[in-house]
Design a protein around this ligand. Sequence first.
Ligand SMILES: [Zn+2]
Length: 173
Amino acid sequence: MVNNTPRHVVEGEVVDTSALISWPLERLFGSLASPKQKNELITNHPERMDIIDAIEIKWENPDKESIKKITDISKETGDIAGLSQIDIEILALAIENDCILITDDYRMQNIAEYSKIEWRSVNTDGIKNIWEWEIVCIGCKMVNKTPDKPSDKKNDLGECLECGTKLKIRKKK
Ligand SMILES: [Zn+2]
């Protein structure tokens, strides 16, 4: 019997884009990721994509139900304001396939904790506690409503409804 799968690899983890970029290839073998991450790599890290192409990454889209589940949870925690659509899809892939999530993003780790997704960090120690966030105005300090959908541009939360000044995200006390 021929078995081409190397024995020492860990398979079936969902990897975020920083893992795709910085993890050794043997760790990535057989991992799950979203086709949107593939596009991200092609655009921003084409030389890395050439290498990634040589190993078996499973590029899969999560189903609508898992995306909704993750979106609802991140609205609850307030993390949605700091997450991109790609982040949501990566989390959805992990919950749908019951996989370990590999990410350094604190917000994604936070949602993973809430959703009972097992996670590990790529480079950092990761979070120790579950966090909740709120959106405040840097001008008048009013707490604004948490948005219903992920932000189009990371770190752009829009303007204060009260005074029009930029908003920022902060940890709820
Ligand atoms: Zn304001």
